[in-house]
Design a protein around this ligand. Structure first.
Ligand code: ACO
Length: 326
């Protein structure tokens, strides 16, 4: 008997732009080396969007793949949420541009801005619509062109980020209200605006009228990351009613290999359960979790029915985690 409505991920898709930028490529631009970047971050390559590719173009490609995986078409979509910190335009929302490019019918479309935590925040917002019966077929997309926010004279930041997009289709399904249900089972979302100065972009329409460049006190962000993420993971697992140890796959925001390892160590998570793409994708902000999820679903590691734990931290500071059964 159906007791609750759950929002279930019925399709996942990822898209990476064609151009691969290596650490050696960056060593021609700033005073850095492949050795330094790999040792401190685990990053070897990142993708860069073509000059004529906007973030909506990346989002549309990921959305098409997620829809195909779900056996749905754009005509089915009634809600689009795009998590991005690099929108096509200040307005309208990139979600409405994605809606137009996909040819999706009139429905609800808006963006969520929580930087690298954007995908986890957007999933939680979508869950509210789907589990109240207000969306039958929802696209949640994380899409970024982070390379457009880089200061290419700042070696402490420009080596860390890349471009890409990932998407999931969410649909309502009845559940028993227990941890064996498919769907989103628990969340923990956090923000601490007093830490804004650690990671931000120094431009905006209501301040200096510029797009701005990303500024970061990397070692300070690093200090907060492991503690904050670990707390949110524990809280999301408690919200879902599951043990962290019972999770099949951890899909972290891909910021830095050392942060991923630090969180896994602190929580006693077997590193074989951690999906890691930071080496090839670098930090794609809100896109990194759905991109990693798409990769691990496509290569057969993640299987239907498995329990997944997603986590992220980013500018704000914002951070959070989510438990779902595929
Ligand atoms: N190549 C060579 N040297 C570098 C580079 C580089 N690319 N970048 C910095 N350095 C130098 C610094 O100039 C400094 O040199 P100095 O001692 O002569 O002054 C030295 O390396 C140490 O700098 P730190 O910043 O202390 O280096 P750290 O070990 O902390 O590594 C890093 C820097 C990789 C940025 C690390 O702090 C980090 O990963 N922090 C987390 C950042 C992050 O993941 N942010 C994103 C999370 S939130 C989000 O996703 C938006």
């Amino acid at each position: 008997m159906t007791r609750v409505l759950r929002s279930v991920v019925t399709g996942v898709g990822g898209y990476l732009p064609d151009e691969i930028v290596t650490n050696d490529d960056l060593a021609k631009v700033v005073d850095t080396s492949d050795e330094w970047i790999v040792e401190r971050t685990g990053i070897r390559t990142r993708r860069r969007a073509a000059p004529d590719q906007a973030v909506s173009d990346l989002a549309v490609e990921a959305a098409k793949r997620a829809l195909a995986a779900a056996g749905r078409t754009p005509a089915d979509i009634d809600l689009i949420i795009v998590a991005t910190t690099t929108p096509d335009l200040t307005f309208p929302a990139t979600a409405t541009i994605v809606q137009r490019k996909l040819g999706a019918p009139i429905g609800i479309a808006f963006d969520v801005q929580a930087v690298c935590s954007g995908f986890v925040y957007a999933l939680s917002v979508a869950d509210g619509f789907v589990t109240r019966g207000r969306s039958r077929c929802c696209l949640v997309i994380g899409a970024e062109t982070m390379t457009r926010l880089m200061d290419w004279t700042d070696r402490g930041t420009c080596v860390l980020f890349g471009d890409g997009a990932g998407a999931v289709v969410l649909e309502p399904q009845g559940g028993e209200g227990t941890i064996v249900d498919r769907g989103l089972l628990g969340f923990a979302l956090r923000a601490d605006g007093t830490k804004q100065d650690l990671l931000y972009v120094d431009g905006g329409p209501s301040t200096n009228g510029q797009v701005g460049k990303l500024r970061m006190q990397g070692n300070q962000v690093f200090r907060h990351a492991v503690v904050n993420i670990s707390e949110a993971v524990t809280a999301a697992a408690a919200d879902a009613g599951v043990e962290v140890s019972s999770v099949d796959w951890f899909i972290p925001h891909q910021a830095n290999q050392r942060i991923l390892e630090g969180v896994a160590r602190r929580l006693g998570i077997d590193e074989k359960k951690v999906v890691t793409t930071v080496g090839e994708h670098a930090n794609t902000s809100a896109a990194s979790i759905p991109l990693a999820m798409a990769q691990a679903v496509e290569d057969g590691r993640i299987k239907p029915g498995q329990l997944l734990l997603l986590e992220a931290m980013g500018g704000g500071l914002t951070w959070g985690a989510c438990v779902l059964r595929l």
